[in-house]
Every structure is written in C-alpha cells, then in structure tokens.
Design a protein around this ligand. Structure first.
Ligand SMILES: [Zn+2]
Length: 149
C-alpha cells in the first residue's frame, strides 16, 4: 500500500509513515519529513528560548547516566559514521593525535610502547608502570639529544 506525503507530496510505501490515530492509522507526513519538522521546531525553540538548550543537555546527560552501555554504543556508532564520511580528515586527525601523543609522551603512547615489547594488555598496566616508562623514555630522549649535539 502506498500513501502520498502531505509535505513533500511524494508517493511512498506505507512503512515510510509512522502509525498514528489518524483516519487511515498513519501519520500524514512521511518519516523523513516528520524528522525534519521535529528538527526545525527544536532549532526554533533553541533560538527563542534560552532555557531550552540547557534543559535538553541536562536531559541527555541524565539519559547517558541511566544508559551508559547504550550511550557508549550510540557514541561509537556516530564516531564511526563520521570517520566513514570524512576519511581524509579522520586519517589526518589520527596522524596528528599520534604525533602529539608521541611528542608529549601521553599515557596512550607510553602504554603502546609497554604493550609492544611485553605480554602486558593495555588494561592491565598499572599507572606506576606508565609513569616509570614515561620517565625512562624522557631520559632516553635526552641522552639521544646530547649524543647528537
Ligand atoms: Zn514527505
């Protein structure tokens, strides 16, 4: 069964309309148009009502706290979708953050070094070992620097 959307005037399969208490049991606009209406009205409210955005952010934070696992999955999905849409930027950021981590001896870089040369797993590394390894890497860099100049 098909139905014509009152907004975009396109004929679509009935599964593109959400169930409603209307005469035929379905919403008069398709899901795509409905999402657009919801998005625009939220945007309008955000512009006109200064309390709207803080309220939405609070609600989102509460939901995140109640559903940490679902939030993590949704968050990763969004990030992966972004990476897929922006492959060049993603590679650039990846290289940049790796270089930065190397330069500042960030925990992530130090732990990578520890994992590479041992049977340790990244989650099993105690902070004291990370700190010791960072100190070792820092000193080694200094030695290499003085040998050079
Ligand atoms: Zn439509």
């Amino acid at each position: 069964m098909n139905k014509i959307c009152t907004k975009c005037k396109k004929e679509k399969l009935i599964s593109f309309f959400s169930p409603r208490k209307a005469r035929d049991g379905y919403s008069s606009e398709c899901k795509v148009c409905h999402n657009e209406i919801v998005r625009l009205s939220a945007k309008r409210r955000a512009l006109n009502d200064p309390e709207y955005m803080p309220m939405r952010i609070n609600k989102l934070r509460e939901w995140q706290k109640r559903n940490p696992e679902r939030y993590r999955i949704a968050h990763n999905k969004r990030i992966r979708a972004w990476q897929k849409r922006n492959p060049i930027l993603h590679r650039l950021y990846n290289v940049k953050s790796k270089k930065k981590a190397m330069k500042t001896l960030a925990n992530s870089y130090v732990n990578d070094c520890l994992v590479k040369h041992s049977h340790l797993k990244i989650d099993d590394i105690p902070l004291s070992l990370t700190l010791a390894k960072r100190e070792y890497l820092r000193l080694r860099r200094e030695v290499i620097y003085y040998e050079k100049y």
